[in-house]
Design a protein around this ligand. Structure first.
Ligand code: ADP
Ligand code: MG
Length: 589
């Protein structure tokens, strides 16, 4: 009944010789998360309480008010959709609230619950406390989203050693930093809800991300949706019908996920779907899937082209194309990449594991692990940073609210750049420097980061010159120095940065609130997963199967009530086997 694959090499408890804290990397994914540790000169995945290396990024609250994270929560998505939250990574940095039963959570709180669960699993496996980690974020995450990720870590009691762009982590997982020659790679990461493309260059033992682009709203989930729409039609269902019946919609979605994944290894998939006393056949083949997903496939192109353009490299100068993210397993996705580059991509590392492995490698790099001491890492600023300006377009007319980038997107950090600006009115006494990040021509479409008011001497229009220096460092701290050339006076402002947007008291307060939550005990997770799986099947089905599931559920509850660990383990094995032979697709995510 597992859906997640097992790690190749299980982690070992720490050896007495190796001093220092464990070097941890975390892939906080939209649909799945994973945690890895640097051990014996290589990164290794750490399995969760169920022995899985992937933990679904899903949070649920059960009847007892206990918080569940991972597989059990994912199953409750079907049986208890009102108490379950998922894909909250997409809402990171926003004010969106998620209602779980009687409680409300922000996206960073839900992420912190996932991080906390990974942390406890890793602590149990390593027998050591974990206080810090490298955490991956999509390259496309803006500052607000990155900050929210840091807040999530803080709430989980983790110090962020560094936020690493997911494609950078992928490059490290593929060992690109260990190559001695000068090479450039493209990292293609198609996950559940995000698509990232990066061009990574290796030169003299330095790994540098030359360009990162992507689409925050494109991922495997969209392919599942396309399949679900097709199945809906085949089965004679309507959007209205699904709208009215959430459980049926969830089941259809589950079926679509199952069919989509099956088509990654098979040419065609067929089966029978039953609901409300009706039953119909469905069938889908590779070619049909390709037609259904034509628009999505087309959308994969432009970020790839943009990344190549931004990097100013010729496509044939790329020595490797690396594919990661679960959805890159789809043959049609591999096909388009092969076609675009005229060669086969590198898929040698499990696409679901690469990011976590790379993040742990980054943790080791930071700790200057001796095996890697030669390697440096640099990164790029993922968005442009600049100020608001007005431009005169004729003797009498000006356009206001324009964006003037000082540090352009994809500039290698740390970076320091200067822009020169002038007053626009006679006798102007202050220059308001409004700082923005983004790629749009008008500042109203970009993200406002802060303002700095610079007093200037009242001269004629254009006679006052202000030099604005932007300095952006690896940890994301932006410093702005504005020097009035006429007077030599300098004014400064520090923005973004490592510090989270919350004050210490706020963090303490929110941590306290989270600490009050009862987290479902880790040791009991395998039992909980069996119970939620049975509950899910009960909710999904009807007739004799439903009755059988109900009976097994009652029996298993009785076994749990004995509180005899051996008896419970035996019965859990029996029920797990029963569930496995029960051929009701789809099982698992
Ligand atoms: P994220 O990093 O966004 O959490 P993952 O890298 O875990 O995402 O990828 C999740 C996506 O990969 C999901 O949309 C899932 O359906 C898809 N996926 C996983 N395995 C397969 C497969 N064998 N074939 C097709 N898609 C898959
Ligand atoms: Mg991912």
């Amino acid at each position: 009944m597992t859906s997640a694959s097992q790690g190749p090499s299980p982690v070992e408890p720490p050896s007495p010789q190796r001093a220092g804290p464990p070097l941890i990397g975390i892939d906080l994914g939209t649909t799945h998360s994973a945690i890895a540790c640097w051990q014996g000169g290589e990164p290794r995945l750490i399995p969760n309480a169920l022995g899985h290396t992937l933990t679904p990024s899903v949070v649920s609250v059960d009847e007892a008010g206990h918080v569940l994270v991972g597989q059990a929560a994912q199953d409750r998505r079907i049986s208890h959709p009102q108490q379950t939250a998922e894909v909250f990574k997409r809402a990171m940095g926003s004010a969106k609230r998620f209602r779980l039963g009687a409680r409300e959570f922000g996206p960073e709180e839900l992420s912190s619950l996932v991080l906390g669960s990974l942390k406890r699993d890793a602590e149990a496996a390593l027998g050591q406390a974990i206080h810090e980690a490298v955490i991956s974020v999509p390259a496309y995450f803006n500052d607000t989203q990155r900050k929210a990720t840091k807040v999530a870590a803080e709430l989980a009691g983790l110090r962020v050693l560094r936020l690493i762009n997911e494609p950078t982590a992928a490059a490290l997982a593929f060992g690109l930093h260990r190559r001695n020659d000068e090479t450039s790679f493209l990292v293609f990461d198609l996950g559940g809800g995000t698509f990232d493309v990066s061009i990574v260059e290796l030169f003299d033992g330095v790994v540098e991300v030359k360009a990162s682009t992507g689409d925050n709203y494109l991922g495997g989930e969209d392919f599942t949706q396309a399949v679900a729409n097709a199945l809906m039609q085949q089965l004679g269902l309507t959007p209205q019908r699904l709208e009215a019946d959430g459980q049926l919609r969830n089941r259809l979605h589950g079926l679509a996920e199952h069919v989509k994944r099956a088509l990654s290894t098979e040419k065609n998939v067929r089966g029978r779907f039953a609901w409300d006393g009706q039953e119909r056949d469905y069938a889908l083949d590779e070619a049909t899937l390709e037609t259904l997903c034509a628009d999505l496939i087309a959308r994969l192109r432009s970020p790839v082209e943009r990344a190549v353009r931004d990097s100013r490299l010729r496509p044939d100068a790329l020595s490797h194309v690396v594919m990661v993210g679960g959805a890159s397993r789809m043959p049609l996705v591999r096909k388009i990449v092969t076609r675009m580059f005229g060669r086969f991509p590198d898929v040698s590392i499990d696409p679901d594991h690469a990011i976590a492995l790379g993040a742990a490698t980054q943790a080791a790099l930071i700790a200057q692990d001796e095996a890697l001491s030669e390697v440096l890492m640099t990164d790029v600023c993922p968005y442009s940073l600049g100020v608001e300006v007005s431009e005169q377009i004729s003797a009498t007319q000006s356009v206001h609210g324009l964006f003037s980038p000082v540090i352009e997107r994809n500039t290698v950090v740390p970076a320091s750049r200067t822009g020169t600006y002038h007053t626009v009115a006679d006798g102007q006494r202050v220059l308001a420097l409004n700082v923005y990040q983004g790629e749009h021509r008008f500042v109203r479409d970009n993200v406002h980061l802060g303002s700095l008011t610079v007093p200037v001497p009242p001269l004629k229009r254009g006679e006052v010159t202000v030099e604005v220096r932007f300095t952006y460092d690896v940890s994301g701290l932006l410093e702005i120095d504005a020097t009035v050339v006429n007077t030599g006076e300098t004014h400064s402002l520090a923005l973004l940065g490592n510090a989270s947007s919350l004050s210490e008291e706020e963090v303490a307060q929110r941590k306290d609130n989270l600490a009050r939550l009862k987290i479902h005990p880790r040791d009991d997770m395998p039992n909980k997963v069996v119970v939620t799986r049975l509950e899910r099947l009960y909710a999904e089905h009807s007739g004799p199967l439903r009755e059988a599931v109900g009976r097994v559920l009652t029996e298993f509850m009785a076994a749990l009530a004995t509180q005899d660990p051996e008896h419970i383990a035996r019965d859990r094995k029996r029920v797990s086997q029963w569930l496995e032979q029960l051929d009701v697709s789809p099982l698992g995510p």
